[in-house]
Design a protein around this ligand. Structure first.
Ligand SMILES: Nc1ncnc2c1ncn2[C@@H]1O[C@H](COP(=O)(O)OP(=O)(O)OP(=O)(O)O)[C@@H](O)[C@H]1O
Ligand SMILES: [Mg+2]
Length: 344
């Protein structure tokens, strides 16, 4: 079987994304040694599809008592289809590096974002949190000069696999931005279902009504807008617009919801409302949230990852773990200093 060493994949036709050598099978070159993206090539190698023979030589009992294919399928669960909404999805970022031109901004960052949990990404400005988030749903590749290496695995499936379409990643991994971005002239109702065009989903009007209501309920906005669904989305307050954007993201049934500082432009009441929404949503969607607000990270997240970029260096994860432990007894002195407000 031939596979590519490089795990940054060819973009959709509209995007021109150069690839960088992936660190998956070989040590990643130092940031300073990374050649310009234009000089990089994709290599292909032959790899065996079976387990290395040495394993059987070391454990002859396995060779003499090989399990049948049926038994094997019990041992190694087949990867689930990433659109299978019957369970919560886990998102696994493996050895992610990112560049803008030859500026290396993330260096081999690995993070498992557990199914049905809220993972908070914290860290000072410029350490690569938003870049990491954009790599998770393939938005990074839309930026001219941007390149990346590593793997993003959703439910055992590679989001960057060549056969996967860009729109598929977007559909399964939704994103809410810092600044609410509803379509201002479009009605609240149409805003919620705007994403269905992306997925090519066609629904009857009664199914659309049901979907709009359920997404607005989940987004914590239904009671405030149910009597004005045909009014423009731009007429809502900032906090309401952000909840409308959450409702819009939910309409395509994402497996993961990425939120990049979703409350930074909001007042405390709207912030609290969004935090309640996050609590309610995590029973059906895996959530990753970037926040500069340590109290918010402590309130909403189960797991927390602290990103840091030393001067002139790419961002890395310094510490990762259960949020309560990270805030009560951080293991790294830099985490301690950050969560207790000594810098950043
Ligand atoms: N479009 C871009 N072109 C070039 N460089 C970029 C681009 N976007 C981000 N960068 C650089 O990548 C690095 C990481 O930026 P990123 O926005 O991911 O940081 P961040 O941790 O999200 O910061 P903040 O907390 O301020 O939002 C920074 O050095 C930034 O200047
Ligand atoms: Mg950011």
């Amino acid at each position: 079987m031939t596979i590519e060493i490089v795990t940054a994949h060819a973009p959709e036709p509209a995007a021109q994304v150069p690839v960088q050598p992936a660190p998956v099978f070989a040590p990643q070159p130092d940031a300073g040694a990374v050649p310009p993206a234009s000089q990089l090539v994709v290599e292909a190698v032959d790899v065996p599809t079976t387990a290395p023979p040495v394993l059987l030589a070391e454990r002859p009992e396995l060779a003499s008592n090989e399990p049948s294919p049926r038994e094997l399928s019990n041992v190694v669960p087949a990867p689930r289809e990433i659109g299978d909404v019957s369970h919560l999805a886990e998102l696994d970022a493996r050895s992610i590096s990112a560049w803008f031109g030859d500026h290396n901004v993330l260096d081999r960052v690995s993070l498992l974002m557990a199914a049905g949990q809220v993972t908070a990404l914290i860290g000072p400005s410029g350490c690569g949190k938003s870049t990491f988030l954009r790599i998770l749903n393939r938005m990074h590749e839309l930026i001219p000069s941007a390149s990346m290496a590593g793997e993003v695995i959703l439910d055992g499936q590679d989001v960057y696999a060549p056969e996967r379409r860009l729109t598929e990643a977007r559909r399964h991994i939704g994103m809410v931005f810092q600044k609410p971005n509803p379509f201002p002239a479009m009605s609240i109702y149409d805003n919620v279902i705007a994403g269905l065009q992306l997925t090519g989903t066609k629904l009857s009007s009664s199914d659309k009504d049901t979907l709009v209501e359920s997404c607005l309920v989940k987004g914590g906005l239904w009671n405030e807008v149910k009597d004005r669904l045909r009014q423009p989305g731009g007429g809502l307050s900032g906090g309401q617009q952000q909840r409308l954007c959450i409702a819009r993201s939910l309409a395509v049934q994402p497996r993961v919801l990425l939120m990049d500082e979703p409350c930074s432009a909001l007042d405390p009441t709207s912030t609290r409302r969004i935090e309640e929404t996050i609590h309610e949503l995590k029973s059906e969607v895996t959530i990753v949230i970037v926040t500069h607000n340590m109290q918010q990270a402590a309130r909403v997240s189960d797991q927390c990852a602290f990103f840091l970029a030393a001067a002139g260096q790419p961002g890395v994860i310094v510490e990762y773990g259960a949020t309560a432990a990270m805030f009560d007894s951080p293991q790294d002195s830099r985490t301690f200093d950050y969560v207790y407000g000594r810098f950043g």
